[in-house]
Design a binder for this molecule. Structure first.
Ligand SMILES: [Zn+2]
Length: 165
């Protein structure tokens, strides 16, 4: 276990950035009828102008090599970098059932918060679970993500607009 890993484990998770949640909901919809699967990474709250100690979930790392079908997503554990397991996971259930499967429970021990998103992927179609698979509270925080995230907001229309000036 690296230094980063232990650092993250000891930090409180304050919530998930609203933009990150919306991104995951959209990605789940795009991936349908296959499962969307990723790992949750955090940013220190102080870096997001929050006057608190702790971490805010701001990034989702989609692991290459995830084998997906409409029933389950299986991740080869040797493809997961050490530091990303610290916060937890996020995945979709195309069948709309927002509760952990037995296979999910087997993997939830790694990480402290696990989000399941269910079809039809509306704003309320998700729940967070702890490492035991019990429902847990995960706040949605309206924070400005660091600069690099703005990349996602760019559309071709924006670029065209920029070129016309
Ligand atoms: Zn599942």
């Amino acid at each position: 276990m690296g230094l980063f890993d232990s650092l993250f484990r000891s930090s409180e998770i304050l919530g998930i950035a609203e933009e990150t949640l919306e991104f995951a909901l959209e990605s789940s919809e795009e991936t349908h009828p296959n499962e969307y699967m990723g790992f949750l990474r955090g940013t220190e709250a102080a870096r997001l102008d929050l006057d608190r100690d702790g971490l805010v979930i701001t990034d989702i790392l989609v692991v290459p090599g995830t084998e997906t079908n409409s029933v389950s997503a299986t991740v080869k554990t040797n493809q997961i970098p050490n530091d990303v397991m610290a916060l937890g996971s996020i995945h979709s259930h195309p069948n709309g059932v927002i509760s952990p499967s037995n296979a999910d429970l087997d993997t939830f021990g790694r990480g402290s918060v696990h989000v399941i998103i269910g079809a039809p992927y509306r704003r309320t179609d998700w729940k967070a679970f702890d490492s035991q698979g019990k429902p847990t509270q995960l706040n949605v925080l309206d924070v400005d993500l660091p600069e690099t995230e703005d990349f996602f907001d760019f559309t071709q229309a924006d670029i065209d607009e920029e070129l016309r000036r």
